[in-house]
Design a protein around this ligand. Structure first.
Ligand code: GSH
Length: 204
């Protein structure tokens, strides 16, 4: 049995989206990142010593870090659905883009989201949001360039690489970050976000 710990209004959403794309049976433990008691429960800490979500349990195998969970799930269960790339070089690109989104994009984009939308009004810092929006210009240009003339990042189909990137870039809209300057990226993101599995993963 596969169990995924986390609510969809968190980074666990990426893994729920992957599980829905795969169409495999899984159970969800709706652990909330604000519930410090539950995160610090020794039984949960034994699974994830970071005390964070998401955590995946597949039989007696335990994995944390959202991107690692998705790469594992796609490799183990996603060959038939085409979510896993066809060859080692395409696999390398899936890892490349997954590390890239976490190191170049996730932090500044989350900061824009927090300071424009999520934090209570008195805690928002518009200058911080603007600064981080500025930091995103370069990496968003890189992705836009890579997507010009193509529908998907790898091969001719939606793969784990698209899912991992789109699950982070999906914050752009709630963060009120216009993607007008990057039309290939904008069109690709819409294609990804329209997928029925993404809608199904939006549970809470
Ligand atoms: N790099 C980790 C980050 C996990 C993470 O920070 N999760 C947040 C929720 S989105 C959390 O559990 N926060 C609880 C806390 O920090 O106490 C991943 O991608 O899985």
């Amino acid at each position: 049995m596969i169990t995924l710990y986390g609510i969809s209004a968190s980074r666990a959403f990426r893994c729920l989206w992957m599980l829905e794309e795969l169409g495999i049976d899984y159970r969800r433990e709706p652990l909330d990142y604000r519930d410090q008691d539950a995160l610090n429960d020794p039984a949960y800490r034994a699974l994830n010593p970071n005390g964070r979500i998401p955590t995946l349990v597949d039989g007696d195998y335990v994995l944390w870090e959202s991107m690692a969970i998705n790469l594992y799930l796609a490799r183990r269960y996603g060959q038939a659905t085409g979510l896993w790339p066809d060859d080692e070089q395409a696999e390398g690109l899936a890892w490349q883009w997954s590390f890239w989104i976490m190191t170049e994009v996730e932090h500044p984009l989350l900061s824009v989201l927090m300071h424009r939308r999520v934090l209570p009004a008195e805690k928002r810092d518009p200058q911080r949001a603007a600064r981080n929006q500025g930091l995103l210009r370069q990496p968003l240009g890189v992705l836009d360039q890579a997507l010009r003339g193509r529908d998907w990042l790898l091969h001719d189909r939606f793969t784990v690489a698209d899912l991992n990137l789109a699950s982070v870039l999906g914050w752009a809209r709630p963060a009120r970050l216009s993607l007008r300057d990057w039309p290939a990226l904008d069109a690709w993101l819409k294609r990804c976000l329209e997928r029925p599995a993404r809608r199904r993963a939006q549970i809470d």
